[in-house]
Design a protein around this ligand. Structure first.
Ligand SMILES: Nc1ncnc2c1ncn2[C@@H]1O[C@H](COP(=O)(O)OP(=O)(O)OP(=O)(O)O)[C@@H](O)[C@H]1O
Length: 266
C-alpha cells in the first residue's frame, strides 16, 4: 500500500522548474531513495513533503490524507520526521535534551497542567523519557547521552539527529544524505541503523543519497531525478545501469561510486 504519494508535483523558483510534474509513490515498509546529480531537485522534493514549500500544482498524500492541507508545523504530528543535510540540533543542549525535543508532538497536557505538574504531566514525562531512552539504547548512544552536541564528533551528531527524528515515532522517515561526511566505517553503521529502523521499528524510509553503494545495499526502489524530472525508476541495479542515469551523472564524481556499487546488492 502506498504510504506517500506525489502526483504531478511541480515547483518553480522564478523561471527555474526545480521539480517538474513528478509522480512518486512510496509503499509502507519500503526503503526508497531519491538520487540524481547536484541540482536535480532532491532536496526540494523533501522540502515539499515537509511543507516548507508549496507546489505550484499537483497533490501530495500521506496515508491517504492531503498533506498540502496541513501547515509545515503540523507535518510531524502526521507521522513524518526528517533529518537535514546540515545537521539541525541544539548545540548547547545534551543528547538527551535534543531527543526530548523530538517528543514534542506527543505532548498532550495543557499549559496549566504543566505549571501545576499534575499526575498526568508526570506520567507524560515518564513516557517521554522511556521513549527517548529506547532510542538511545537502539542507536548505542548511552556513552553520549549527557554530553553536549557541541563537543561531539560529526559522525555521532549525525546519529543523534537520526535519534531526534526517531524519537517522534514517525511512520515515514525522510533522511537527507545520511552518509554525507561519514567515514567508511560510519557509513557501514548507518546502513545497519537504516536496516534495523525498517525491520525492527517498521518505519518506512525515503532517503536522498549520493553514495550509491549505500543506496544499493539498503534500498528496495530508487527514483533518479535530473533537472527536476524523473528519468528512471526501479531497483538500485536497474537504475544504476539505466543509460539516462549514466548520462546524467557523466562527468561527476558520483559515477565512480555508481560503477563500484553495481553488483554488490545484498
Ligand atoms: N530556495 C531556492 N531558490 C531558488 N532556487 C533554488 C532554491 N532551492 C533550490 N533551488 C534550485 O533548484 C534546483 C534544485 O535544487 P535542489 O537543492 O533541490 O537539488 P538537489 O538535487 O538537492 O542538489 P544537491 O544534491 O546539490 O543537494 C537547483 O537548480 C537549485 O539551484
Amino acid at each position: 500500500m502506498s504510504l506517500l504519494e506525489l502526483k504531478d508535483v511541480t515547483l518553480k523558483f522564478g523561471g527555474l522548474t526545480a521539480v517538474n510534474a513528478l509522480n512518486l509513490s512510496v509503499n509502507e515498509g519500503e526503503v526508497f531513495a531519491l538520487v540524481g546529480p547536484n541540482g536535480a531537485g532532491k532536496s526540494t522534493v523533501f522540502n515539499l513533503i515537509s511543507r516548507f514549500y508549496t507546489p505550484a500544482s499537483g497533490t501530495i498524500r500521506f496515508d491517504g490524507q492531503d498533506l498540502l492541507a496541513r501547515p509545515s508545523h503540523a507535518v510531524p504530528s502526521s507521522g513524518v520526521a526528517r533529518t537535514f543535510q546540515n545537521i539541525e540540533l541544539f548545540h548547547q543542549a545534551t543528547v538527551l535534551q535534543n531527543l526530548l525535543v523530538g517528543r514534542h508532538r506527543h505532548r498532550r497536557a495543557s499549559a496549566l497542567e504543566n505549571i501545576l505538574f499534575t499526575p498526568r504531566v508526570r506520567a507524560e514525562e515518564r513516557a517521554h523519557r522511556e521513549a527517548v531512552e529506547e532510542v538511545i539504547d537502539f542507536l548505542d548512544l548511552q556513552p553520549y547521552r549527557d554530553q553536549r552536541i557541541a563537543g561531539l564528533p560529526y559522525g555521532i551528531r549525525k546519529v543523534v539527529e537520526l535519534g531526534r527524528a526517531l524519537a517522534t515515532k514517525p511512520r515515514l522517515l525522510l533522511l537527507d544524505e545520511p552518509a554525507s561526511g561519514l567515514s567508511v566505517e560510519e557509513t557501514q553503521n548507518m546502513r545497519w541503523w537504516i536496516d534495523d529502523i525498517r525491520r525492527q521499528m517498521g518505519i518506512t524510509v525515503l532517503m536522498v543519497e549520493h553514495d550509491m553503494g549505500l543506496v544499493a545495499r539498503v534500498c528496495d526502489r530508487v527514483v533518479a531525478l535530473d533537472g527536476g524530472k524523473k528519468i528512471a525508476e526501479g531497483t538500485p541495479a536497474e537504475v544504476q545501469s539505466d543509460p539516462a542515469v549514466i548520462a546524467a551523472y557523466l562527468g561527476t564524481s558520483a559515477i565512480s561510486k555508481t560503477a563500484t556499487a553495481s553488483g554488490e546488492r545484498r
